[in-house]
Design a protein around this ligand. Structure first.
Ligand code: GNR
Ligand code: NI
Length: 186
């Protein structure tokens, strides 16, 4: 009957949308030299880019973290994902991001999935205007502040081969490097 078909459609629909394979990617750990790679601009907004950004969101949520740059999963293209919401349901995907910084300089504690267990204060500008593209390749721009501005600056640094401990003293960074190498699991 028609009613039976309707139910069948719902079941098929539900299956279709829950069928995507969840993929958690490996995150490079400091001082891995691949974290120093300069990411190339994205020009292909095809299926591979969509799959990678979904996998990066899976990886970020699983970690858990509030941001992730493609550099950290050893893909050297200008792609970052961010979600600073408490509910972890406001993913932002940014392609080819460029920043225009303004506002005060504020010191805040940062962490990084590539430096597990390390937290250090970093001084950054409080306002970041973001220019770039969305996952479809449409131009976007918006102004960020607070934690979002911190996070986006941290992610764009990764795309430029920079990590947050580059802002602290050489002595502190050497100690962190030793600690991470020592604690490294094979
Ligand atoms: O999860 C993360 N938390 C965080 C906290 C303060 C400032 C920046 C960040 S980003 C970090 C995830 C990460 O390593 N992104 O590259
Ligand atoms: Ni990071």
């Amino acid at each position: 009957t028609q009613y039976k078909n309707f139910i069948l459609k719902i079941i098929i629909c539900g299956t279709k949308f829950s069928l995507r394979q969840m993929s958690v990617l490996e995150i490079l750990k400091f001082p891995d030299p691949r974290l120093r790679t300069i990411a190339k601009p994205v020009d292909d907004f095809g299926k591979n880019l969509k799959t990678l950004s979904q996998d990066m969101l899976d990886t970020m949520y699983q970690a858990p973290g509030i941001g992730l740059a493609a550099t950290q999963v050893n893909v050297h293209i200008q792609l970052i994902v961010v979600d600073i919401s408490q509910t972890k349901d406001e993913p932002v995907i940014l392609v080819n991001p460029e920043l225009e910084l303004s506002g005060e300089i504020l010191e805040a504690e940062e962490g990084c999935l590539s430096l597990p267990g390390i937290y250090e204060k970093v001084s950054r500008r409080t306002i970041a205007k973001v220019f770039g593209q969305d996952i479809e390749g449409n131009d976007i721009n918006f102004t960020s502040e607070g934690l979002l501005a911190v996070c986006i600056q941290h992610e764009v640094d990764h795309l430029r081969g920079k990590v947050f401990v580059d802002y602290i003293s050489n002595l502190k960074r050497s100690r962190i490097k030793r600690k991470l190498v020592k604690n490294r699991v094979a």
